[in-house]
Design a protein around this ligand. Structure first.
Ligand SMILES: [Zn+2]
Ligand SMILES: [Zn+2]
Length: 336
């Protein structure tokens, strides 16, 4: 296949500034990497935390984006698994060392030398990218398009958060009903859980959306839960939801914080944590999470609710996400 020598990309030159549309040379895959022609890339809240300066260590200039769906068009040396023409997904976890104490313990999500797609290495707001083969997920044809993009972070992080909950939990509260919530709700209902959806106060569109997906209840997050919950997952980056969720969960209940960044958590009285309630955070993902979740997504026939934007409209997509202007997930489409 004859490849062009340049590509279009939306580039972050400085945090707190809009992305800039640029023409750049197509990157070359090094040993262990493949070159991927991107079909679509999801827009994640983490992208906002990077552009808005809440995550402070990006490589600059940077191509953000870590929910990449594409097709392999060229292989570097030492490629053992993928072939040209294979559809792949590229997630946030771009590389781990395999040698540090976390990798040894099977916690590669905490690797000391990890590379993160669209943060410490270039990501998917572009027509092409390179990625390490061992960190790409082969994609089922059903998800080898814009619909698959949100699975690769919103879905994966949602799944890791959900996996931290006791398997016996029956009632689960979800706080912040966006991209991650709409995917993990479908998986949880498939596994016979009851979902209680808490949204920004007065966000009736999101509440309606949750009910359509099968949530048993949806309402304002400032209101008490109608039942004592077995567990809660917080996806909204709002620290005041932590004591709120602790008050909503039953004795022994778990509160899992699924985001990479959250506003400060207000102090709270010990009695809402007492009786063995717990708070847990989720960081990154392991490849095992990805394999398990993509299998579950196909079994549960998870459908993604997406709003499409063109690559050059990335700043608009980010603005709409920041302002909560749509339900589901935003996805950038690459030009043909
Ligand atoms: Zn490591
Ligand atoms: Zn993400």
């Amino acid at each position: 296949m004859q490849l062009p020598s340049t590509m279009k990309a939306m580039v972050l030159e400085q945090q707190m500034q809009p992305l800039i549309l640029k023409t750049l040379p197509i990157p070359l895959p090094v040993a262990g990497q493949v070159l991927i022609k991107i079909i679509a890339c999801g827009v994640c809240r983490t992208d906002l935390h990077i552009t808005d300066g809440e995550l402070t260590q990006p490589k600059l200039p940077l191509i953000i984006g870590h929910e990449i769906v594409g097709v392999v068009v060229k292989k570097g040396s030492a490629i053992t698994k993928l072939n040209e023409g294979d559809f792949v997904g590229v997630p946030w976890l771009g590389y781990t060392c395999g040698k540090c104490k976390y990798c040894f313990k099977g916690k590669e999500n905490l690797c000391e030398n990890a590379l993160f797609t669209g943060y410490t290495v270039d990501g998917g707001y572009a027509e092409y990218t390179v990625a390490y083969e061992q960190y790409c997920f082969p994609l089922n044809k059903k998800y080898a398009n814009a619909n698959g993009a949100p699975l690769l972070c919103a879905g994966l992080i949602g799944y890791r958060s959900y996996s931290m909950i006791d398997k016996a939990a029956e009632t689960i509260g979800i706080y912040g009903f966006g991209a991650a919530a709409h995917l993990i709700t479908q998986a949880a209902i498939f596994q016979h859980k009851k979902i209680y959806a808490f949204t920004r106060d007065g966000d009736y569109d999101a509440q309606q959306f949750a009910l359509q997906l099968g949530a048993v209840w949806a309402g304002d997050s400032s209101k008490p839960s109608p039942v004592k919950l077995d567990a809660a997952i917080i996806f909204a980056p709002v620290g005041s939801l932590v004591p709120k969720a602790l008050q909503d969960v039953d004795k022994g209940g778990e509160v899992v914080c699924g985001g990479i960044h959250m506003t400060g958590i207000p102090s709270f009285s010990y009695d809402i944590l007492w009786e063995e309630r717990s708070i847990h955070s989720v960081a990154n993902l392991t490849r095992k999470d990805g394999e398990e979740f993509l299998k579950l997504a196909a079994e549960a026939n998870i459908k993604t609710e997406i709003k499409l934007f063109q690559l050059h409209e990335a700043n608009e997509a980010l603005r709409q996400l920041r302002e909560g202007k749509f339900t589901g997930a935003a996805v950038l489409m690459m030009p043909d």
